[in-house]
Design a protein around this ligand. Structure first.
Ligand SMILES: C[S@@+](CC[C@H](N)C(=O)[O-])C[C@H]1O[C@@H](n2cnc3c(N)ncnc32)[C@H](O)[C@@H]1O
Length: 342
């Protein structure tokens, strides 16, 4: 820049000297000198013009280059803007997609939570009902046990009425039935506490007898022992009848090895065995085997009908024997059927 300024001053000073020299020579009428000075002035002007032109060309070229560069950069910026906007749009779309997916997942989770809450609420309601029922059953059983004790005067210790044994309410129902009906023959599938109590009822009503079918030799002895302790052996027979494969309309089942004709006409049949553990529909064969030995008007009492297995067995009985009348649940867990044929 400083060099250019110096060159400009040199050019201006040189031109001025030539102008002054040429004017002075003309004034002095030194025409040859004035002509040389004029020629040099013209040459200096031509050179200056050429230099200005050259410089203009350089500047133009630089401007063109700059314009091209600017254009290129503008295009790049545009490209960049476009690509970054496209990237931005794609990112936005991805974000929106993820958001939708998350919302859907959230909805599904909240639906599952609702469903779980509904199920939990229904379980809680069910459990509460069961507890209320249990409460009710417990009270009923305590009252029934009280009545049983008051009704008879057991002369020995009484066996527990819990777990495997008929509930006090069921026992009370049976004993009242025995006393009111005065059955000639009671047959019981599965011996135990009920054998003892029913023997008391038979003794009380003054007639009839009881045959208890028992598959397990240990309990044959235990129940016989119990009867003996209470002085009731003459009212009840505990018959050892191991479980054997027994044909029925629904196939073979393990059931008591007993000849029905050896029992006699049955007025009251209590089905409380074989135990569930001996197989599916363990109590079903009672009806196919004993049906024809039931007297008209006989009563059949099935325990444990809160279990699906027993309910199914009973529905088979009703399907296969049109003369059976379902009397419904008589006490908790116990269903009664009457033989309606004449
Ligand atoms: C469901 S229990 C019914 C017993 C009987 N009906 C009663 O209410 O006590 C069926 C079987 O349990 C067995 N059993 C009898 N007395 C038992 C006792 N004290 N403890 C455990 N099992 C017993 C016998 O094998 C019986 O056939």
């Amino acid at each position: 820049m400083a060099r250019r300024t110096t060159r400009a001053w040199v050019a201006v000073a040189g031109t001025s000297v030539l102008v002054v020299g040429a004017v002075a020579a003309a004034a002095l009428e030194a025409w040859a000198l004035a002509a040389v000075g004029g020629a040099l002035l013209l040459a200096a002007c031509a050179f200056g013009l050429l230099d200005v032109r050259r410089r203009q060309q350089v500047v133009s070229a630089q401007l063109r280059a700059l314009r091209t560069e600017l254009q290129g950069q503008t295009e790049q910026v545009g490209e960049l803007a476009r690509s970054s906007s496209a990237g931005h749009d794609a990112t936005l779309a991805r974000l929106a997609d993820s958001e939708q997916k998350l919302l859907r997942k959230l909805d599904a989770v909240s639906e599952r939570m609702d469903e779980r809450n509904r199920r939990t609420a229904s379980i809680v309601t069910g459990v509460r009902k069961q507890v209320d029922l249990l409460d009710g059953h417990l009270l009923t059983d305590v009252q029934a046990l009280d009545q049983l004790r008051a009704r008879y005067s057991p002369r020995a210790a009484l066996p527990r009425v819990a777990g495997w044994a008929l509930s006090p309410s069921a026992l009370l129902y049976l004993l009242e039935t025995i006393e009111s009906r005065g059955p000639g023959l009671v047959v019981e599938c599965g011996s135990g506490t009920s054998t003892l109590w029913m023997s008391y009822a038979l003794k009380e009503s003054g007639g009839g007898r009881l045959i208890a079918l028992e598959h397990d030799a240990t309990y044959v002895e235990k129940t016989r022992q119990l009867l003996a302790e209470h002085g009731l052996s003459e009212w009840a027979e505990v018959r050892h009848a191991p479980l054997v494969s027994t044909p029925t309309p629904r196939g073979d089942f393990p059931w008591y090895d007993v000849d029905p004709s050896s029992l006699g006409p049955i007025d009251l049949l209590l089905v409380d065995g074989p135990p569930q553990a001996t197989g599916r529909h363990a109590r079903y064969p009672a009806m196919p085997v004993l049906h024809d030995t039931l007297v008209p008007g006989a009563l059949v009492v099935l325990d444990d009908v809160m279990r699906k297995d027993e309910r199914e067995a009973m529905s088979y009985w009703l399907e296969e024997h049109r003369d059976l009348d379902d009397l419904g649940r008589v006490v908790h867990g116990v269903q009664a059927l009457a033989v309606t044929r004449n």
